[in-house]
Design a binder for this molecule. Structure first.
Ligand SMILES: Cc1ncc(CN)c(N)n1
Length: 217
């Protein structure tokens, strides 16, 4: 089994909860109230800030230029179409772009900062793999429904499905699978710990979003 499949197995129950969640099911069937999506977007925009720094750091730590190019291209997607998706959506939903972090967003920011500040490529990848692979898994089954939804729901699905995004996840998994082989037992257990923690935080984030993050106006 690939190392990233083994890591997923370690976190399986939270993984399943995060990738088949009432929040994303409601998002995809259009029943999610606009207020809940607005609260989620305000908090998730705080995730994007930390994510961009983490991805940039992973680019800086990639072993070769070839290993960094897909991540650099993905960084352009996050800071381009994904960033403008957030701004257009929050504008349409009439909420400010800036909000104070809820505990679930703060926990994710802290996890990403920890991975970035470790200076260790494998720990950066552990968090990046979880963040993108979980989203690919929840969004892919709903790809066909995206066009029938308001853009702030539909585009959130299309940004996390399809060939381009699944290529990003393959690339990130390949990077982690490759570096894993050169790690000693202590480093492997640190990767496992961060991976499992990241999956738990993805689930917590969706749980809080389903209850409803308080919208800040
Ligand atoms: C919390 C979270 N995790 C992952 C993603 C996908 N980039 C996201 N937008 N937000």
């Amino acid at each position: 089994m690939r190392p990233t499949d083994q890591l997923k197995q370690l976190a399986l129950s939270d993984w399943q909860a995060a990738t088949d969640h009432p929040f994303t099911r409601a998002l995809a069937d259009g029943s999610l109230p606009a207020e809940k999506m607005a609260g989620y977007l305000q908090q998730d925009y705080l995730f994007v800030d930390g994510f961009v720094r983490l991805l940039a750091s992973a680019i800086a730590h990639a072993p070769t230029l070839a290993d960094s190019v897909p991540a650099a291209q993905f960084l352009a997607v996050i800071t381009g179409p994904e960033n403008t998706y957030f701004l257009r959506s929050m504008e349409a939903l009439e909420v400010p772009f800036h909000a104070a972090p809820a505990p679930e967003a703060r926990a994710f920011q802290e996890l990403m900062a920890e991975a970035r500040q470790s200076g260790r490529y494998e720990l950066m990848l552990a968090v990046l793999v979880v963040a993108e692979w979980v989203y690919l898994e929840w969004a892919s089954p709903f790809e066909d429904r995206a066009d029938d939804l308001p853009f702030w729901l539909g585009e959130w699905i299309t940004l996390h499905a399809g060939e381009g995004f699944s290529g990003v996840v393959s690339y990130l998994r390949d990077q982690l699978d490759t570096v894993w082989n050169g790690l000693d037992a202590a480093a492997r257990s640190q990767v496992e710990e961060l991976f499992v923690r990241a999956v738990r935080l993805e689930k917590d984030f969706f749980d809080a979003a389903a209850t409803g993050f308080v919208v800040q106006r």
